[in-house]
Design a binder for this molecule. Structure first.
Ligand SMILES: NC(=O)C1=CN([C@@H]2O[C@H](COP(=O)(O)OP(=O)(O)OC[C@H]3O[C@@H](n4cnc5c(N)ncnc54)[C@H](OP(=O)(O)O)[C@@H]3O)[C@@H](O)[C@H]2O)C=CC1
Ligand SMILES: CC[C@](O)(C(C)=O)C(=O)O
Ligand SMILES: [Mg+2]
Ligand SMILES: [Mg+2]
Length: 336
């Protein structure tokens, strides 16, 4: 079935501009939504704990900051943009007691609703606006007059207006400039988790590291391996993003094209595809969600894995080489 796609003309900005919107969290997505909503004329307050590290950043931007409970009590649209693993506790403590019939409870990802970690009361709308891109890019593209595509979904429509509010919100953060797809919480959650694990984040990071390690272990310089397996990736992916895989094949040499189409399937082979299927099974069965929620209680294993990623040789050599390319933006915190 073809998905329904909405653009600016399908979304009425005045709907969200007439509401009071609380954005809970001011991290990657939170800062992007709060600032772009504000720039689109929406009355927005940011909800952060007392002593939160993000508070000064939001206040420097002139945003009104309150505690999550105060912001939720004030608002009639509440967007939950704190990490997935803390949402259920925040919901019980600060959001649920401040929900009124007719309010709209919104999410940037369906994790907590899909896996039953949050069950909102019957009288409120439950909707989602999930940008298909990192929050810092969502903001950057909005400022540049562009937009990151979004998915919207309605889990509960107590008022009969939830979809129009979600579309209006998506317009206010630039989503309808690029295209907004209607989906369900289940489809968004499962496809998003699969994409980030198997392809966009997990798959790509391991492919880069494996390529880099192979060249360095064979005696080539780490600098050459970095340029080949990491730096040039963006240039190649830009071609794919702009015109699809065929655009990339058109632009690269015939030698690269022949080598790619004959050797690529040896890298992503039947075994890789079977592993992708297992990863999807873990997502669909809830096994991944259970593992992640349990891990988030201590972060013991996650901390080790994070340190191992940071300490990889590719990070050291990359940092030095990027110093010589000032046009390559160095960290998201400097550009946010
Ligand atoms: N990152 C992304 O680009 C994308 C994220 N999403 C979804 O958006 C949601 C937010 O993710 P993301 O932006 O990555 O989150 P972040 O990790 O960037 O959120 C950090 C923010 O949440 C605040 N925070 C953390 N814990 C609490 C708490 N217990 N109470 C109140 N505030 C808290 C932090 O405050 P402090 O500074 O004090 O720590 C900070 O402001 C998730 O559902 C995610 O799946 C969807 C699409 C893409
Ligand atoms: C690809 C990772 C993502 O799903 C995203 C930026 O869209 C996330 O959860 O951060
Ligand atoms: Mg995503
Ligand atoms: Mg995600």
């Amino acid at each position: 079935m073809t998905a329904e796609v909405f653009y600016d003309d399908d979304a009425d900005l005045s709907i969200i501009a007439d509401r009071k919107v609380a954005v809970l969290g001011y991290g990657s997505q939170g800062h992007a939504h709060a600032l772009s909503l504000r720039d689109s004329g929406v009355d927005v307050r940011v909800g952060l704990q007392e002593g939160s590290k993000s508070r000064p950043k939001a206040e420097e931007e002139g945003l009104t900051v309150a505690t999550p409970a105060e912001a939720a009590a004030w608002a009639d649209v509440i967007m939950v943009l704190v990490p997935d693993t803390v949402q259920a506790e925040l919901y019980k403590k600060d959001i649920e007691p401040n929900l009124n019939p007719g309010d709209v409870l919104m999410f940037g990802h369906g994790f907590n609703i899909r896996y039953g970690l949050i069950t909102p009361p019957a009288g409120v709308d439950v909707a989602m606006v999930a940008p298909k891109g990192p929050g810092h890019v969502v903001r950057r593209q909005f400022v540049d007059g562009k937009g990151v595509p979004c998915l919207i979904a309605v889990e509960q429509d107590a008022t009969g207006t939830a979809q129009r509010v979600a579309l209006s919100y998506a317009r206010a953060i630039g989503g309808t400039r690029a295209g907004v797809l209607k989906t369900t919480f289940t489809e968004e959650t499962e496809t998003d988790l699969f994409g980030e694990q198997a392809v966009l984040c997990g798959g790509v990071a391991e492919l880069i590291r494996a390529g880099f390690d192979t060249l360095v272990e064979a005696g080539y310089s780490p600098e050459a391996a970095y340029f080949e397996c990491l730096h040039e990736l963006k240039l190649i992916v830009d071609m794919v993003n702009e015109g699809g895989l065929s655009n990339m094949w058109y632009s690269v040499s015939d030698t690269a094209e022949y080598g790619g189409v004959t050797r690529g399937p040896r890298i992503v082979n039947d075994g890789t595809r079977a592993e992708m299927r297992r990863i999807l099974d873990e997502i669909q069965s809830g096994a991944f969600a259970k593992e992640w929620v349990a891990e988030s209680k201590t972060y013991d294993n996650f901390d080790k894995l994070r340190a191992e990623q940071r300490e990889h040789k590719i990070e050291e050599v990359g940092s030095k080489l990027r110093d010589m390319m000032p046009w390559v933006k160095r960290t998201i915190t400097e550009t946010a």
